[in-house]
Design a protein around this ligand. Structure first.
Ligand code: GLN
Ligand code: ZN
Length: 750
């Protein structure tokens, strides 16, 4: 093995999308045929080299300090193609076909990467399959960097994590997969690589495979891999939490370097983790301390971080996770409130923090002084605290809250008040976001469209959406959400306690990015947020139009969170603010209000022990929104993006009157988890809106009949899986007509 020491300062990964979203543009231009494969390759190569240059200029100048966590679409797919767990690694178009599907093939499933908002592609595997590695993929990355003068550290997802995240989970593949990794390692060694980074974050999460088995697989896989001679030094990493039960195993395996996640967030959940690390990591393993938080945006308190570093003895400094979860740089933000801006650190600022921490308080005196000043001004700032919010929250009861009267009585009252037909039809909220809507919003933002003109344009849009629904014969209408750029950002812009960025793009998946808002202080609602649009829409129809809110858990899940109060505090505050919105909507004559919580599953903690308390406060914050609603006000909720079987009790616990939930793609699988304890009315989705396909009347009828085997007819609603904002009117119109026709057909048969 080699003699090149592990760098004293590094990071776990860097945003791949590009500071100007260059990767997004290259991908979309290539997919649409605007550029050819050669241009695409040279553009993305230039972006990678620019990134290495940039990281070196920021101070990551030691050999192997720059991670090459390269991927065109997704890093899990990249590793799966390189080690050959997924075939197709020699062809660019095949890679994109796997990621996005083609006219004749469905894409790989996509799901959340640990408890982040990044989605990875789930490798599809089968027992006994071929595993033929394509080491050239990773060797090329190293060589193109070397040609540009950089000794980068290639990156792979580890074999145990890769199998645990594949579908189905097929552990019999492990020996063959390990052999493929060994071949990739040998090729890297052959190419003169001294350090490879391999991530095994599966050790920080409780998954279906029991801890003891994960520990055994880790032992098997890594004793084989580390036992081989022809390999680079191995830097094994454990981002996203505490390795807990697996830490002794990793310690014993003695990789040349081991990363641990020591972010404030992780140490809060596992306060004795520093001690565990001291106990279990062998002296011959180079300990790499993930002290800079890779997934939140708050500036580090360098003095506090130094104490941990000192406790652990001589080590290297890195980030707790890849920086892919935070925006590139604060330099791109010109309009953040000055105070709040000084409290923040995005990717580039975090690199400076890691370097200062490595250098220590003597050598990095200026950085330490600045950090102390930020910690003090933030602690003393009146901006974070709002007396009125504290007072309001003080009046709320502790523990769970319960809307009165209970569901059965409310249901009766709502039947009389709303007088809806059997199997009522509705949609989830958004209608297609047309280019005209986007243009109007952009023009309003940059001042070329006045407030009045913008309002006029939106009202025009709402009118068309209402007329279309009336004409198709939908029973419960929506206004279409044309005013919302994003279901979280819209509310964050209108609530106090949040800031939004101009350029804080973070990759969500593939070419898709979001700009998560930042919660920096107590949250309150200075003025109504949705009432104007809802009442305008309602004025156009005699049918009920749903008021449409995003729930507290989802607003929080898709924002950067405070680190100075528990999440439950922010959730309560958002819940209370939304409760005021519910009251105002009621007063304006809105009789049905939907509170979307698609991210309820996403914030579920990685460790089973932390889940009950999360579900308690999450459910409470939702209930706070509706607790004072009139009995005749029908409260809907909507859930999607994941399988809810595991948390179905919490979904029932939301105590909504109607729950719409994604179900079409899984052919109503979730209904098996529904039992008597699930008392609300329910609308399992009957149209998979993630696909441009128009569902036929027959297939919707079939799904409804399947639903009727589990749900009494008087509880069943008919609706799509999710909002329609990503669809086109050409698909929406016929699909909705079929949905209504299918409902009528089912009613006629009864
Ligand atoms: N009401 C939102 C919409 O229709 C819900 C979106 C979501 O669940 N992700 O777009
Ligand atoms: Zn949805």
């Amino acid at each position: 093995m080699s003699t090149v020491a592990f760098p004293t300062t590094t990071i776990e990964g860097y945003p791949r999308i590009g500071a100007q979203r260059e990767l997004k543009r290259a991908l979309e231009s290539y997919w649409s045929g605007q550029i050819d494969a050669d241009t695409f390759r040279s553009t993305t190569r230039a972006l990678r080299i620019d990134t290495y240059n940039h990281l070196r200029d920021l101070g990551l100048s030691e050999p192997y300090a720059i991670p090459a966590d390269v991927a065109l679409y997704d890093h899990v797919l990249e590793t799966a193609l390189t080690v050959g767990l997924v075939a197709g690694g020699t062809d660019l178009d095949e890679e994109f076909a796997l990621a996005r599907g083609t006219a004749t093939r469905v894409p790989l499933e996509m799901t959340k990467w640990f408890d982040t908002n990044y989605h990875y592609l789930v490798p599809e595997v089968a027992a006994g399959q071929e595993i033929t590695p394509v080491p050239d993929r990773i060797v090329r990355i190293v060589e193109e960097a070397r040609e540009a003068g950089h000794q980068v550290r290639p990156y792979l997802v580890g074999p145990v994590t890769l199998l645990a995240l594949s579908k189905p989970v097929e552990w019999s593949l492990l020996p063959a997969l390990v052999d493929a990794y060994a071949q990739v390692f040998a090729a890297l060694r052959q190419a003169g690589v001294e350090w490879v980074q391999v991530a095994e974050p599966i050790v920080v999460a409780d998954v279906d495979t029991p801890d003891a088995d994960i520990a055994r697989y880790l032992g098997e896989a890594w004793s084989t891999l580390l036992g081989a001679d022809a390999r680079p030094n191995v830097y094994l990493t454990t981002p996203y939490g505490a390795a807990d039960a697996a830490l002794p195993v990793l310690g014993e395996l003695k990789p040349e370097a081991l990363h641990v996640d020591l972010s404030p967030w992780t140490l809060q959940a596992t306060p004795d983790y520093v001690e565990q690390v001291r106990t279990h990591v062998a002296p011959e393993t180079h300990l790499v301390a993930g002290l800079i938080d890779g997934r939140n945006v708050w500036a580090a308190d360098l003095a506090e971080r130094t104490e941990i570093l000192t406790t652990l003895g001589a080590t290297s400094v890195t980030t707790s996770t890849s920086l892919q979860h935070v925006p590139h740089t604060l330099k791109a933000e010109r309009n953040l409130p000055v105070d709040v801006a000084t409290w923040l650190a995005f990717a580039d600022e975090k690199i400076a923090e890691a370097l200062a921490l490595s250098a220590g308080p003597q050598d990095a005196e200026v950085a330490f002084a600045a950090s102390a000043r930020v910690a003090r001004t933030r602690a003393e700032s009146p901006l974070r605290h709002d007396e009125a919010v504290a007072k309001r929250l003080g009046t709320l009861p502790a523990g769970q809250v319960q809307r009165q009267p209970l569901f059965a009585e409310r249901q009766q009252a709502q039947r009389e008040a709303l007088n809806l037909p059997s199997l009522p039809t509705t949609t989830i909220g958004s209608f297609p976001q047309t280019p005209e809507i986007r243009q109007a919003r952009a023009a309003h933002r940059n001042g070329t469209l006045s407030d009045a003109q913008y309002k006029e344009a939106l009202q025009q849009e709402i009118k068309q959406v209402i007329e279309l629904q009336e004409e198709i014969g939908i029973d419960v209408l929506v206004h279409g959400e044309a005013e919302r750029n994003d279901m979280v950002q819209y509310f964050a812009e209108l609530l106090d306690g949040f800031v939004v960025t101009e350029n804080g793009w973070v990759q969500s998946y593939g070419s898709r990015c979001t700009r998560p808002p930042i919660v920096y202080g107590d949250v309150s609602r200075p003025a109504p947020m949705t009432v104007e649009w809802a009442t305008y829409a309602q004025s156009l129809s005699n049918k009920p139009v749903k008021g449409m809110l995003t729930g507290p858990v989802t607003i929080l899940a898709w924002s950067f969170k405070r680190d100075d109060v528990p999440l439950s505090v922010s959730a309560d505050q958002i819940g209370a603010a939304l409760a005021d919105e519910v009251r105002d909507l009621e007063e304006a004559g809105i009789s049905i209000i939907q509170i979307d919580e698609p991210a309820l599953r996403e914030l579920l903690p990685l460790r089973a022990k932390d889940r009950p308390s999360y579900l308690d406060w999450a459910v409470r914050s939702f209930r706070l929104v509706a607790v004072d609603a009139k009995p005749t006000t029908q409260i809907h909720t909507h859930l999607c993006y994941s399988e809810f079987g595991q948390i179905i009790d919490a979904v029932a616990g939301l105590d909504a009157d109607v729950t719409s939930i994604e179900a079409a793609r899984s052919r109503m699988e979730l209904l098996a988890d529904i039992d008597e304890t699930f008392h609300s009315e329910i609308g399992p989705g009957v149209w998979d809106i993630h696909s441009p396909r128009v569902p036929s009347v027959e297939e919707i009828v079939e799904l409804l009949q399947a639903a009727l085997r589990h749900v009494p007819a008087e509880h069943l609603w008919v609706n799509p899986d999710c909002g329609l904002k990503t669809r086109k009117y050409e698909e929406v119109e016929p699909s909705l007509r079929n949905l209504v026709a299918a409902r009528d057909a089912v009613l006629a048969q009864r």
